[in-house]
Design a binder for this molecule. Structure first.
Ligand SMILES: Cc1cc2nc3c(=O)[nH]c(=O)nc-3n(C[C@H](O)[C@H](O)[C@H](O)COP(=O)(O)OP(=O)(O)OC[C@H]3O[C@@H](n4cnc5c(N)ncnc54)[C@H](O)[C@@H]3O)c2cc1C
Length: 318
């Protein structure tokens, strides 16, 4: 890209959008690694806005600049950890003759309340990862290293939430709903970036965990034994309980009493969609909302493909 004339501006943030007659004129940029850095203007007729799903101050800026934004469904839940050996045995049986890779799973449950519970981003032999992007919040995610050889496996266990759950008229209501839960998780963890953690048996019994059993939580920097029911809306904790018990019938030991829940997983996908037309630009001409944050992708591959689609659309215009 550099050979073909591209320039990368690291440590540089888009802080404002200069719009005239409903058309983008320029972006205002600020260096984030320099105190009181001057605002620079970058003129452009085309802007691909691929800002991810956690750029909350930029979402607020876009809203004040009259971009058409809609709240959208997403999911909230916890990370669940098991011993990888339990998952291997459940999927492959005891002592399989073949040399098989660490086993995976994908599970879904539909409650008669209309909610669904499902596993997402299963990480065989992986770890639970701290993923908050703001001060005083806790957000979980998960990853496996190439070798997938850690003792635990983990996945998100999520329940769908809809704009009706946000109690807000703002299109950014889902974002504030997420943030509120992330702050509650921070507080339950002890206000020190420890994640709140609970054994599954204690979650079912609605009691704070007092000890860790066979599964040791992998979250760093540390964990605080907690009762996650205290911070989750009832419809989420009730559906998680039903779902995890159901998954235990499908996959041996999934609902083991010592399974570890770490909270909270709130960023499974964007809480908003920035509307765009068939040529992929927004109500502000020249601005192409793109990727996961704009509500058009979920994951690395679909976000990358959406970037290619936006680039092709611009090439067809010029
Ligand atoms: C721990 C972890 C593990 C994951 N594992 C997987 C996986 O295995 N497979 C998978 O498919 N997905 C995975 N994901 C999800 C994946 O990372 C995202 O779906 C994907 O990165 C979305 O791509 P994107 O380009 O839309 O946004 P992002 O990758 O979030 O990129 C957005 C960029 O915009 C920048 N930005 C935001 N606002 C501004 C601004 N105002 N000015 C300048 N820059 C700005 C951000 O700093 C960021 O660099 C994982 C995520 C995490 C956190």
């Amino acid at each position: 890209m550099i050979k073909n004339g591209a320039t990368f501006l690291f440590n540089t943030k888009v802080v404002d959008f200069n719009i005239k007659n409903n058309k983008i004129i320029s972006l205002l940029l600020k260096k984030v690694n320099i105190n009181n850095s001057e605002i620079e203007e970058m003129k452009s007729d085309f802007v691909i806005l691929a800002i991810g799903h956690s750029s909350r101050d930029t979402f607020e800026k876009l809203y004040t600049k009259n971009f058409v934004i809609k709240p959208k469904n997403f999911s909230v839940g916890v990370r669940i950890e098991h011993l990888q050996s339990w998952i291997n045995e459940a999927q492959y049986g005891k002592n399989p003759n073949l040399k098989l890779p660490p086993a995976e799973y994908k599970l879904a449950y539909h409650s008669n309340t209309g909610r669904s519970c499902y596993t997402f981003c299963m990480c065989p032999g992986g770890v639970v990862i701290a993923s908050s992007s703001e001060k005083n919040t806790i957000v979980t995610n998960g990853m496996s290293n190439f070798s997938r050889n850690n003792i635990n496996s983990n996945s998100a266990v999520l329940v769908n939430v809809t704009p009706e759950d946000f109690n807000s008229d703002s299109p950014l209501g889902g974002m504030y709903f997420q943030k509120n839960l992330e702050e509650k998780a921070f507080s339950l963890g002890g206000n020190n970036y420890n994640a709140p953690v609970q054994r599954f048996e204690d979650f079912i019994k609605n009691q704070k965990s007092e000890f860790i059993g066979l599964v040791k939580p992998s979250y760093l920097p540390n964990i605080t034994l907690s009762n996650l029911n205290e911070i989750l809306p009832d419809f989420i904790s009730d559906t998680l309980k039903e779902g995890i018990l159901y998954f235990g019938q499908k996959l041996k030991n999934f609902s083991h009493p010592d399974s570890i829940l770490t909270g909270l997983e709130t960023r499974s996908s964007s809480p908003i969609q920035i509307l765009r037309n068939e040529q992929l630009f927004s109500n502000i001409q020249g601005v192409y909302p793109c990727g996961e944050g704009a509500g058009y992708a979920g994951g690395i591959m679909s976000a990358a493909v959406d970037g290619i689609k936006c680039a092709i659309s611009i090439l067809e215009t010029i």
